[in-house]
Design a protein around this ligand. Structure first.
Ligand code: F6R
Length: 623
């Protein structure tokens, strides 16, 4: 939530900052702003309500010169999304400007104190307190800016990633983080660089940086960075002790950040799934011996094999993946698995044993609740295994071991390829454990792995079969509510299908285990209510046929997802989409694809902003 970009170096800062904001817009799009120290030495701030394009329009006639700047795209927490509350915020004297991602929990107390001491505030944000506090401490302690930043951050409760400009010192950029991510790019400069002149970039993630350098430092919690134009970079902790940063080479490809000819990132990401899953499997499945090699499991065998139970913590779509993971791991490795919403787990005093293993699943690796659940588990002595997409993310770094899903950057706010990548990673995890625990026969183990290798091709066939969805979607555009039903492995797919529809089309939708319908929800069914039923041939096919019958006899309209060649459910359905046959436990990997496409086409037909749905942000770094 909220994106931060920063630059200091020989180049013009503004175009770099704006391009960076576009890359980070998925993190929030309530407002955008930029601050520069321009050629004449003025500290300027330009901001606009809405998207980065609105900021560009607002800055059109303005002086956007300068080789140092910070910028922000906001997902509002404190204060409505308007220009005043947009970042960057000035300090009272207008000497400093600051951008922030996170929440300052004690901002009210700090603000009251500062107001008593004569500071005045322009906005309703928690962020403005930070910049005012820093200025106040600098003035009252007669110290330099970096010392004032240390003093201020020691007084702050909450989460922050910040970047600060000081008009009096155009040669330095200050950044700090706790609980919210911040990456420093170490650039190469260009021909306009003076001898010894360096360049640094800042980003909430690496996407604004990769174009210029692949050398990055992931700032750690409670670290403060002083980045100087002369190349000096000083990283200290809150106690002012110098830290030794680790320079990491990014493995990211610029093409992955573009739409590549697709109308939306979401559509591109749906279509990327066959290749994304190939990448997820690469190096982990040995096709000759039909065996799985997961480094994370190998490295932590002792802890994993002695686990009394596994608790999976996640949010949203990742939580749906966790539910499917539970079914698979219990079936294959015979370990009890509990699935928890991270936001509930962290606050409800759960019974946690040091011999439990916690799996944290997160695409972004930055979800605040999941991170807090990890910390809670670790404080009970649990071993925590991460399943993340973003390399270098907070969750990837906080977990004791783990697997990256390697599906490439996911930019559309609605998660698609990360979901299937998470499923495949959970399946590989379950299989690796099953092998060690000898809970599957050799024959079945090899058979399952063989089936897994066929999934990318079957995903491609599913995509090819789904061409008609755009037509159904037009009909569904007019519905106000929708029910999704599935059983067994496909029950979480029903939840996921309903979430996809809600979040991008704003149509109310609910997912249920099909058999639960008669315990209440069937009262909702009438000719106005579309019911999407996931009914592949394997699993509880006959049972779901009966459930469909119950809906049909109440005039419900059925859209079914069936196995290729099915006639029984197809004949009972108003609309039908076929997916290739696979084993029951792998059905979600295919059945979710038509549901992703259905939501996508409905949202497009309704004229929604598919990649940036209202009120949402890709990375939920506040609780
Ligand atoms: C839905 C969606 C969200 C995320 C959730 C967790 O399409 O994207 O529900 O799944 O916010 O995010 P991560 O996986 O980044 O922890």
């Amino acid at each position: 939530m909220c994106g931060i970009v920063g630059y200091i170096g020989p180049k013009d800062a503004y175009p770099i900052l704006i391009k960076g904001l576009h890359r980070l817009e998925y993190r929030g799009y309530d407002s955008a702003g930029v601050s520069l120290i321009n050629q004449s030495g003025s500290l300027v701030v330009y901001k606009a309500k809405g998207k980065v394009a609105a900021l560009e329009a607002a800055a059109e006639e303005k002086d956007i010169s300068g080789t140092i700047g910070i910028a922000h795209t906001r997902w509002a927490t404190h204060g409505e999304p308007n220009t005043t509350n947009a970042h960057p915020h000035y300090s009272q004297s207008h000497s400093l400007s600051l951008v922030h991602n996170g929440i300052i929990e004690n901002y009210k107390t700090l603000r009251t104190e500062l107001e008593k001491n004569g500071m005045t505030f322009q906005s309703e944000t928690d962020t403005e307190v930070l910049v005012q506090l820093i200025e106040y401490l600098q003035t009252t302690h007669h110290c330099d800016l970096i010392t004032a930043v240390h003093l201020a951050l020691k007084n702050v409760i909450g989460a922050y990633a910040i970047a600060i400009l000081d008009k009096r010192n155009p040669n330095q950029l200050i950044a700090a983080r706790k609980g919210s991510p911040l990456v420093i790019g170490v650039g190469k400069g260009n021909e306009t660089a003076a001898p010894g002149e360096a360049e640094f970039f800042l980003g909430s993630d690496a996407t604004p940086i990769i174009e210029y350098t692949n050398q990055v430092i992931y700032l750690q919690d409670e670290e403060i960075a002083l980045l100087n134009r002369n190349g000096k970079q000083l990283i200290t902790n809150l106690e002012s002790v110098q830290q030794t940063p680790q320079l990491v080479t990014l493995q990211m490809n610029l093409d992955e950040l573009e739409k590549g000819g697709y109308a939306h990132f979401m559509l591109k990401e749906i279509f990327e799934q066959p290749n994304a899953i190939r990448n997820c499997l690469r190096g982990r499945i040995d096709r000759d011996t039909l065996s799985i090699k997961l480094k994370g499991v190998d490295e932590s065998k002792d802890r994993l094999l002695t686990a009394r139970r596994i608790i999976i913590c996640a949010c949203g779509t990742s939580w749906h993946a966790a539910l499917i993971g539970k079914y698979f791991i219990e079936e294959a490795a015979k370990i009890p698995v509990d699935v928890e919403y991270a936001s509930e787990f962290r606050y409800r005093n759960p019974v946690i044993d040091k011999d439990d293993v916690v799996i944290a699943i997160s695409q972004s690796g930055e979800t605040a609740d999941t991170l807090a659940a990890i910390q809670l588990a670790q404080s009970h002595g649990c071993f925590v295994y991460g399943i993340c997409n973003v390399v270098g993310s907070s969750i990837a770094r906080a977990t004791d071991s783990g697997t990256f899903i390697h599906v490439g950057p996911e930019i559309g706010v609605a998660s698609t390829k990360a979901f299937t990548g998470q499923l495949v990673s959970l399946i590989m995890f379950g299989l690796a454990l099953a092998k060690e625990k000898k809970t599957l026969s050799e024959t079945l183990y090899h058979e399952i792995i063989n089936d897994l290798t066929l999934i990318p091709e079957k995903m491609q066939q599913t995509l090819d079969n789904s061409k008609g969805i755009e037509q159904f979607a037009k009909i569904f555009t007019y519905c106000k509510n929708c029910i999704y039903l599935g059983r067994g492995y496909n029950y979480p797919v029903a939840l996921e299908g309903a979430l996809k529809l809600k979040e991008i089309s704003y149509i109310h939708a609910e997912g249920y285990p099909a058999a639960e319908m008669k315990h209440g929800p069937i009262a909702l069914v009438d000719e106005e209510m579309p019911v999407v039923v996931i009914a592949p041939r394997r699993g509880m096919y006959e049972k779901i046929v009966s459930n469909i019958q119950e809906i049909k006899s109440r005039n419900g309209r059925i859209l079914s997802i069936v196995t290729e060649g099915d006639t029984q459910v197809k004949n009972m359905s108003d609309f039908c989409i076929e997916v290739p046959d696979t084993r029951d436990s792998f059905a979600p990997l295919l059945s979710v694809i038509p549901l992703q496409l259905l939501s996508y086409h409905i949202a497009v037909a309704k004229g929604r902003n598919v990649d940036q749905p209202r009120n949402l942000a890709k990375s939920v770094t506040v609780e």
